[in-house]
Ligand binder design. Structure first.
Ligand code: ADP
Length: 303
């Protein structure tokens, strides 16, 4: 009897995400569907609005993960920043709500996963494809910077893809707002994938960290591996601080030059997003107006 009682209480402690989640404030009910993926804190599911039948991506964060005040503030900050944004190349923010056990963030559904999965499958992608993606990432970041927001964790896995193969920049978990002109941010809680040298050196950082990450993304798309990759984080950080990377000779001159500008160790020397969009690599070569979904698995033939 005693054991049975124990088992029952244990079952109650394991809090499952309900099949129907309810946003009491906005009077919406969502049906939980397919599991989409898992992040540091969140599990992500398809959520269907039971009235309109519209399908969204729902990020579900257990409140048990938000016990420390600091964690709560980070989550509040992510929501505050993301909900203030509205751009075709940024994951749309639909709303957020909570129940006793979870916080739910309802987002635009990106049905074609991210550039991370495409990179794993394809490794090297062609210059026109790279230009197509860079144009949309640059446009999203230009808008972000105009809103005084620094993303601080631009990486392939945060560059989601819509059914139409359009870039949707997401995950504002490490993002911050610049409060006054010339402010240098001193702290960054987390581990950005493509971390800039000034962040490692704790010298104060700003918008230029996104240009650095964009340089790493550009390199990775065209070379097939990240510029400072080693088998340990410590060695990677040493290479970043020394600005030690090599561009293979097969990479064309305009690309090489843009990578070198973006990966400048002095942040003030890196191109802004506007300068990236007007760079020779971006403006002189062929820019496809759209890409077929077959690009996710194989190189397209541009006629
Ligand atoms: P965390 O911030 O905790 O790392 P993520 O934002 O990375 O969580 O989300 C975890 C996973 O959920 C992602 O890797 C991705 O597979 C999926 N995901 C997140 N947002 C979306 C979205 N808008 N559309 C489709 N899938 C998504």
């Amino acid at each position: 009897m005693a054991t049975k009682y124990k088992e029952n209480t244990r079952l109650k402690v394991v809090k499952e995400i309900p099949d129907v989640v309810i946003d009491c404030v906005n009077k919406r009910r969502y049906m939980k569907g397919r599991f989409l993926g898992k992040g540091g804190f969140a599990k992500c599911y398809e959520l269907t609005d039971m009235e309109t039948k519209e399908v969204f991506a729902g990020k579900v964060v257990p409140k048990a993960m938000l016990l420390k005040q600091h964690q709560k503030e980070k989550m509040t900050q992510e929501i505050a920043i993301h909900r203030s944004l509205n751009h075709k190349n940024i994951v749309g923010f639909q709303g957020y709500f909570e129940d006793p056990n979870y916080v739910y963030i309802v987002l635009e559904l990106c049905r074609r996963r991210s550039l991370m999965e495409m990179h794993k499958r394809r490794k090297v992608i062609t210059e026109p494809e790279t230009r197509y993606f860079m144009q949309q990432i640059g446009t999203a970041c230009k808008y972000l910077h105009e809103q005084k927001v620094i993303h601080r964790d631009l990486k392939l896995g945060n560059l989601f893809l819509s059914n139409e193969m359009e870039i949707k920049l997401g995950d504002f978990g490490l993002a911050t707002r610049v409060d006054y002109i010339g402010e240098r941010k001193r702290t960054l809680c987390g581990t950005p994938n493509y971390i800039a040298p000034e962040v490692l050196g704790k010298k104060g950082h700003s918008f230029e960290v996104d240009s650095w990450s964009l340089g790493c993304i550009l390199y990775t798309m065209l070379v097939g591996r990240p510029p400072f990759e080693t088998s340990s984080l410590k060695d990677t950080y040493t290479k970043i601080k020394k600005n030690e990377y090599h561009i293979p000779s097969r990479v064309s001159l305009p690309v090489r030059q843009l990578i070198q500008k973006l990966l400048h160790s002095d942040p003030s020397q890196r191109p802004t997003m506007d300068q990236v969009l007007n760079d020779e690599f971006m403006t002189l070569g062929y820019l496809p107006s759209r890409l077929p979904t077959s690009c996710l698995t194989m190189a397209p033939r541009f006629e």
